[in-house]
Design a binder for this molecule. Structure first.
Ligand SMILES: Nc1ncnc2c1ncn2[C@@H]1O[C@H](COP(=O)(O)OP(=O)(O)O)[C@@H](O)[C@H]1O
Ligand SMILES: [Mg+2]
Length: 315
């Protein structure tokens, strides 16, 4: 796993210890911060490694089907239940069940899960028979579970039970120093996967990545690098290869001058691209419309590393 910042390694260093115990774990952090990756590491570094790791996104399963999904049902449990069906708990016996978006569990499912965590026992829907399974639970949430508890949406006893071991993953903007290593890691990965020859990220492009706020965290960074590599034509990724949603002023430490310079650069780049697009890559006509002479216009294209061939015949 990539990351050396203090806030990240503080959590990373706990993994070996957590892997070697069997308590349930609650991992919280915004979307894309690496919760599932942490859960997998805990599983594969521990004694359950040769059994299944089963991820379940609780938020993607309709709430009224969740109990059935986790615990299964007996034959005749409801009108359409012609046969019995095993649940994920039973199927994960010996292994680890990763319950993502645990905050979306219905209160009924929460009760059953708590009982299971306490006694390793549960019942299928419509069955009086108690069953046992040996499953480690790792839960994850991207919303504040404590707040959900205070609002009465999440059971306090279950929260305490899950929270015995808590990991809190920092958002990417809280560990900007890790961005270069992560970006380089994804560059290498996709470069190899797509058989490209992109060797590096220019310092200017890297600075752009470090400054951006990354609401989608590591996953968003991964996607941005992937897209940049798909379209990259040269040996390095430069500023114009990196496309961010809206290149917003992100760093509060940025001076007025820096912020203004950055916006001007963005403006020039977009303005020129639009013109080139309108005129199908014809420099003379684009320059004319801009009210600039051809040479000055060329300078701008070079300055912003715009590939004018991309606009040929685009109008
Ligand atoms: N520290 C890291 N080093 C390398 N890749 C990471 C790291 N953290 C996250 N990723 C990658 O980012 C993506 C999102 O991570 P994931 O664990 O699915 O996040 P979450 O479950 O919090 O939404 C995955 O592709 C994962 O491999
Ligand atoms: Mg996830």
């Amino acid at each position: 796993m990539i990351g050396r910042s203090v806030v990240f390694t503080a959590e990373l260093n706990k993994i070996p210890l957590i892997a070697n115990c069997d308590s349930s774990v609650l991992i919280s952090g915004d979307t894309g911060t690496g919760k599932e990756m942490f859960a997998r590491s805990i599983h594969y570094l521990g004694p359950r490694a040769d059994k299944a790791f089963t991820p379940v996104n609780c938020g993607a399963i309709p709430p009224d089907l969740m109990e059935n999904e986790l615990f299964g049902h007996a034959r005749g449990a409801f009108t359409s239940a012609a046969t019995s069906q095993t649940g994920l708990i039973e199927e994960s016996d010996g292994g680890t069940l990763f319950l993502d978006e645990i905050n979306t569990l219905t209160l009924a499912a929460q009760v059953k899960l708590l009982r299971f965590l306490q006694d390793k026992e549960y019942r299928q829907l419509g069955s009086a028979k108690t069953r046992r399974a040996d499953v480690r639970i790792i839960a994850a949430t991207n919303s504040n579970l404590e707040q959900a508890v205070n609002e009465g949406c999440f059971r306090r006893d279950l929260y305490y039970r899950l929270n015995i071991i808590a990991l809190k993953l920092p958002s990417l903007h809280q560990r900007r120093s890790d961005i270069p290593a992560l970006a380089t890691h994804f560059l290498k990965h996709y470069n190899e996967e797509m058989h490209k020859a992109v060797e590096e990220i220019t310092p200017e492009a890297m600075q752009m990545l470090v400054r951006y706020d990354w609401p989608g965290n590591v996953r968003e960074l991964q996607n941005v690098v992937e897209r940049a590599i798909v379209f990259a034509t040269g040996p390095s990724l430069n500023r114009s290869d990196i496309i961010l949603p809206h290149d917003e002023p992100s760093s509060p430490s940025e001076s007025f001058q820096e912020a203004k310079a950055r916006v001007v650069v963005e403006f020039e780049k977009n303005y020129i691209k639009n013109l080139l697009s309108t005129h199908g890559g014809n420099i003379t006509r684009a320059a004319e419309t801009a009210g600039k002479n051809r040479r000055a216009f060329w300078e701008l294209i070079r300055k912003h590393e715009i590939d004018k061939s991309l606009f040929k015949g685009s109008n």
